[in-house]
Design a protein. Structure first.
Length: 173
């Protein structure tokens, strides 16, 4: 099972490299195809950091603009595209956070066919967890969001935030 996952990783990485090269040459279709798998995750990450849907959308939009304008500087030997793009999203989100004070309002963007009682309990638990994460310092919040909500590995988080793996471990425990 692990071997299949590793093989798939290298196939995806080769596909990304091809899209990156085409996007660097100005192919907008390649640029859109390159980013499409990461947009929802970027929106989630930004939302979990900002606690405001509209601000998160603005941060992701800014990240897309920055990604497009700096794509020629991307070096696949230093980081994967996913890690590089996540770093841009986080930086744009934190920039938004520094600009304003935020009020938290959870957006319910999904359909759920569970019983009303179960939905209520899940919403209460979700709100409880979000409130706890929201009260952490930003450096801890960022690691928690990337590890538990975006399911990045410790090494991916370290690359994304440009910190040591040991620092990531100490911030997520």
């Amino acid at each position: 099972m692990r071997t299949g996952k590793v093989r798939l990783f290298f196939i995806i990485r080769a596909y990304d490299k091809n899209l990156i090269e085409n996007a660097k040459r100005g192919d907008n279709i390649a640029f859109n195809s390159l980013l499409k798998p990461y947009i929802k995750q970027a929106q989630q990450t930004s939302y979990l950091l900002l606690h405001d849907y509209a601000l998160a959308q603005d941060a992701v939009q800014e990240a897309l603009i920055q990604t497009h304008s700096s794509l020629k500087r991307f070096d696949s030997n230093k980081a994967s595209f996913k890690t590089w793009f996540n770093r841009i999203v986080i930086n744009c989100s934190l920039k938004q956070k520094r600009k304003q004070r935020f009020t938290f309002q959870l957006q319910d963007d999904y359909e759920n066919n569970d019983s009303p009682e179960k939905r209520y309990i899940l919403k209460e638990e979700e709100q409880f967890l979000i409130d706890i994460v929201k009260n952490l310092k930003v450096k801890y919040q960022t690691v928690i969001v990337l590890y538990y909500f975006q399911e990045l590995t410790i090494s991916e988080i370290a690359l994304t935030l440009n910190i040591r793996e040991g620092t990531v471990k100490s911030r997520h425990l």
